[in-house]
Design a binder for this molecule. Structure first.
Ligand SMILES: C=CC1=C(C)c2cc3[nH]c(cc4nc(cc5[nH]c(cc1n2)c(C)c5CCC(=O)O)C(CCC(=O)O)=C4C)c(C)c3C=C
Ligand code: FE2
Ligand code: FE2
Length: 339
């Protein structure tokens, strides 16, 4: 059998031209796992309220972080792919859920290469219907469309508390944090609360009490909130960081419905007002630095912190191309290859 590995990430616009950003946002927000509302209402909201204004605003934000080679998310993802290729003797593919390289185009490449035994690695530590699930469903649909529905597939599960992942995360954070005396914010991408409830197969556990995420339950296999907390607690335990020195929060809200709380922007302001002078922020929901870390946190978040009395603010980079992360990927692939 011809083995191959596919890395899945979210994707970016092709350029900072508002037209390209519009095309990207249209594809992204038309995904029923992202705006999971009545399809007619979704089209109305998208076409009448979001697409007339947001592409220009988002294009301006993207312009602040864009590199000579393109979007940070795409550039770093290609670097990850190349570094993994240096470590394992297998074809390594990279596909995006939205934009390019599209999942469809990469599946077509895999078909030409005769791949019939595939390891799927969604580059998301946590399960969310809008990220991990959507990327996997799109891949499966494309395999089906390309006549590859019957190939052997192995799916890497959300690795939010995997010991080697937590170790790699701490190794990447440690030089930027240890000895600074800073308060540590762990800011995760938010999702609407209704999506946490929808992803609970029992429909009777998630968000029913304040303590649901700390009470063991099968629903946690697909509970984004539980998995984010589990990453935070495992990291604190590994690094010996006391919970008084940590704030866990959720960023990047869209529209007015309730999203997971507490909200990162409110927490940054609160911490500054309460006298925290030095803040370091990590964003463990992202493997790769992107608009949401480099602009929303490192620029907007910093401005907000300094405006309200904070003095020293830094975003700690995501895992990106850290050797411990590349080793984690290579080890997962080799374990599968040799099984
Ligand atoms: C952790 C993974 C992600 C989840 C979960 C997620 C949910 C989610 N996102 C939106 C809306 C937007 N997100 C945007 C950017 C963006 N989102 C993620 C990851 C997750 N999103 C990443 C990595 C990025 C950055 C992409 C890049 O090019 O750098 C954007 C686009 C930018 C903007 O206009 O703000 C939108 C829109 C929703 C609605 C949602 C859950 C319902
Ligand atoms: Fe997002
Ligand atoms: Fe939960």
């Amino acid at each position: 059998m011809a083995k191959g590995v596919i890395l899945l990430n979210l994707g970016s616009p092709d350029s900072t031209d508002p037209k390209d950003v519009r095309t990207y946002l249209d594809e992204f927000l038309s995904d029923p796992r992202v705006l999971d509302i009545n399809p007619i209402v979704r089209t109305i909201i998208l076409k009448l309220f979001i697409l007339p204004t947001r592409p220009k605003q988002s294009a301006e934000a993207y312009s602040k972080v864009w590199t000579g080679e393109g979007s940070p998310l795409i550039v770093t993802s290609y670097q990850q792919q190349e570094l993994v290729k240096e470590k394992v003797d297998l074809p390594i593919y990279l596909a995006m859920r939205y934009g390019n390289p599209s999942t469809a185009s990469i599946v077509s490449e895999m078909k030409k290469d005769g791949i019939d035994d595939l390891l799927i690695i969604p580059l998301y530590p946590h399960y969310a219907m809008s990220s991990y699930e959507s990327a996997v469903v799109e891949l499966m649909e494309q395999l089906d469309k390309h006549g590859m529905a019957k190939i052997k597939t192995t799916l890497v599960q959300p690795f939010y508390k995997d010991d080697d992942y937590i170790e790699a995360l701490w190794e990447s954070i440690r030089p930027h944090y240890e000895g600074t005396g800073a308060h540590l914010m762990m800011s995760y991408h938010g999702i609407p609360e209704r999506q946490v409830k929808k992803s609970d197969p029992s429909h009777a556990h998630c968000l029913t009490t304040n303590k649901c995420c700390d009470t063991p339950h099968p629903a946690h296999a697909t509970c984004y909130r539980h998995q984010c907390f589990a990453t935070s607690y495992a990291l604190m335990a590994k690094a010996g960081i006391h919970h008084d020195d940590v704030t866990i929060s959720f960023q990047s809200r869209l529209l007015k419905d309730p999203w997971l709380k507490p909200y990162t922007d409110f927490e940054i302001e609160r911490l500054a007002k309460e006298g925290v002078k030095k803040l370091r922020v990590i964003c463990p929901a992202f493997i790769t630095d992107c608009l949401e870390t480099l602009e929303e946190i490192a620029m907007e978040g910093k401005e907000e912190f300094l405006e309200h009395g904070g003095e020293d603010f830094e975003l700690i980079p995501c895992l990106n191309t850290h050797p411990a992360w590349i080793n984690w990927l290579a080890k997962r692939i080799e374990t599968w290859q040799n099984a």
